[in-house]
Design a binder for this molecule. Structure first.
Ligand SMILES: Nc1ncnc2c1ncn2[C@@H]1O[C@H](COP(=O)(O)OP(=O)(O)O)[C@@H](O)[C@H]1O
Ligand SMILES: [Mg+2]
Length: 234
């Protein structure tokens, strides 16, 4: 396994308070990594920095061998849209738009032609069991369905890395299981790298590797699927 994304001594200070205290983390291509930790331990802050949505106070992020220049805002936007798919606890779908339109938007931003975008969006929603719902607006969908649309949207531009911040945090157990199965399947079938923040230990155990954050530091690493790490290259 090759390294796809790396954090080197990442620090983040917010209002004089050190939220991340020197994070060193290698993320391997094709792995499903989970980040656990108490509320306020810095999980979301770390995830946003890894996804180039936020800028660290110190340290480096290396994406596919390239050191990220956080001052180059244009390039950051391009990389973010091209390389990452984001799924949050609350879906953040655009309420005025239908399911299929919500999935199409990131593709149009990436200059995919309209016809192709529509085709891909329809196909993604179909794969996520939402064929009947493509023309519904978010308020007409259940919480689980909304989250599946958000996953389809995250997949729109064929990201190398999916970043999910408590993606099941707002769902009942049946929908939690469903969303988790979708993520596991994506990782298995398409080898998509996934980094998922969760506070549910049961879900973390299903991923390949888990790291724990305590007070802005990584305190523990648990490899749940050792077989997957036999060919790790450093
Ligand atoms: N924009 C912000 N302004 C002030 N404090 C913040 C901000 N973002 C995060 N924090 C603080 O940083 C700490 C870590 O937050 P966060 O990364 O959201 O933790 P987690 O996702 O693990 O619950 C918390 O103490 C939080 O209050
Ligand atoms: Mg959080």
């Amino acid at each position: 396994m090759k390294i796809i994304l790396e954090a080197v001594n990442i620090k983040k200070k917010i209002k004089q308070e050190l939220i991340l205290k020197g994070i060193n983390l290698k993320v391997y291509k094709g792995e499903f990594l989970s980040i656990i930790g108490a509320s306020g331990s810095g999980k979301s802050t770390l995830l946003y920095i890894l996804g180039l949505l936020d800028k660290p106070t110190g340290g480096n992020i290396i994406l596919e061998g390239e050191n990220i220049d956080f001052k180059n805002v244009k390039k950051l936007t391009v990389l973010r849209n091209k390389k990452f798919g984001f799924v949050f606890q609350f879906h953040y779908l655009i309420p005025e738009f239908t399911a299929v339109e919500n999935v199409i938007i990131p593709m149009l931003k990436a200059k995919t032609n309209k016809k192709q975008a529509l085709q891909r969006a329809t196909n993604l929603l179909k794969q996520l069991g939402l064929t009947e719902k493509i023309n519904k607006r978010p308020f007409e969908l259940s919480g689980g369905e909304q989250q599946r649309v958000a996953i389809a949207r995250a997949l729109a531009n064929k990201p190398s890395i999916i970043l999910a911040d408590e993606p099941t945090g707002n769902l009942d157990s049946k929908n939690t299981q469903n969303v988790m199965e979708i993520l596991l399947n994506l990782n298995n079938k398409y080898k998509t790298t996934i980094i998922m923040v969760t506070h549910e230990l049961e879900l973390a155990k299903l991923t390949d590797r888990t790291i724990e954050l305590v007070d802005g530091k990584i305190t523990k690493e648990i490899i749940n699927k050792p077989d997957k790490y036999t060919h790790v290259q450093n």
